[in-house]
Design a binder for this molecule. Sequence first.
Ligand SMILES: Cc1cc2nc3c(=O)[nH]c(=O)nc-3n(C[C@H](O)[C@H](O)[C@H](O)COP(=O)(O)O)c2cc1C
Length: 144
Amino acid sequence: MRILVAYLSYSGNTEEVAERINHLLSQEGNDVDMHRIGIDPPVDAESYQYIFLGTFTWEMGATPDEVKDFVLEVGYKPENVAVFGTGDTQFGGDDLFCRAAEKLAVFYHSKWPALKIEQSPRGFQETYIEQWLEGVLGNVRSYA
Ligand SMILES: Cc1cc2nc3c(=O)[nH]c(=O)nc-3n(C[C@H](O)[C@H](O)[C@H](O)COP(=O)(O)O)c2cc1C
């Protein structure tokens, strides 16, 4: 399967999640491309069977502009978009926690709930990534 992992990260948390997802997907034998939103040249979204889209959440639950630009650049709603995000409950508690990732999952009619990681995924939250990916990969395998 050709899979795109596109993400935006300023301070590295979302990038860590993206790299872990890349590692796990590659282990499954998938052909994974990493795309740094706002840095790398535009992608041809249609050439991927699955897109993993990662973002942090900005002020008062906002989606960063670079991610909005990426959504516009893709220009349509691909069928299989799985969304992951990092955030911090110190900024508005559970209501605003990873709100950008939640909104994107709704926007893309994602088949999976957004993965929500608090700050760095290192430590106990690594299992959240693995469990979430199991859910997504169960679907990927059935299409492989
Ligand atoms: C000014 C500011 C506002 C933030 N607002 C939110 C927010 O509303 N909800 C949330 O979950 N996290 C919020 N965060 C936390 C970041 O999303 C979190 O630190 C994230 O892991 C950063 O991702 P990155 O390391 O990939 O850049 C905010 C952080 C900053 C600096």
